[in-house]
Ligand binder design. Sequence first.
Ligand code: SF4
Length: 284
Amino acid sequence: MSKLKIAELFYSIQGEGRYMGVPSVFLRTFGCNFKCAGFGMPKGELSNEVEPIAQRIQEFKSYEELPLVSTGCDSYASWDPRFKDLSPMLTSDAIAERICEILPFNEWKDEHLVITGGEPLLGWQRAYPDLLNHPKMAGLKEITFETNGTQKLSKEFKDYLVQWQMPEVNFNKEVTFSVSAKLSCSGEERHEAIRPDIVCEYEEVGYTYLKLVVATEEDAEEAIETADIYRAEGFTGPVYLMPVGGVESVYTLNNRRVAELAMKNGLRYSDRLQVPLFKNEWGT
Ligand code: SF4
């Protein structure tokens, strides 16, 4: 039976992208290939806000106890190895059971499943068929992978998703790839972060869109240039601009301006509803 290292598993409202406002189970896998330490920092600087938190790691027994950060990656504990003991390794059986416990009717109705991270398309791809084929997942119809768009689909996982599109299989599930490709404000190297070749492959098996995090007009210009690079490689999905800001003070400085930049450039705007609704606390 497959196992996944799970940083968080919770029920909330999807705050971003295509399914904004939809009640959703969030399955946050552990591990990421990036750090995104540039978010919220002056250009060229990297955040070290998590260092004093990591030095006090023995004080924290669960994700809910961890402090929020206003710079760098807002889900730092889902990939930083210093926090790995907060994330248990669970079997697909245990995860499916736990999901049914947290659904309001203890079975799937109209809820959606978000598989997020960290980066959920790292080695965990091999575990998803077992989880998604589990009898307790039979009523689930819509799944989103929230990815940074840098991980190729394995042959086995791609073949599995291709089957979903075959009428004779009648799997009755739709997959979406919400690709948050990292612009230079993340602090990541462009040649590693911008991988249209990989994202075009996601489009072959599911509904795929780009969700680009921006703070300034300069970021928005970079987002538009980046979207053009994806389009030149054959990408056809929608492009969203989303404000930077894992904490409310940063988000509210940013959201209206980003909405205006999206309108000006004919792009979609994605909010971060989890920030005004739930203050982006862990487990929301
Ligand atoms: S890709 Fe996502 S999870 Fe990974 S470091 Fe960047 S923001 Fe955090």
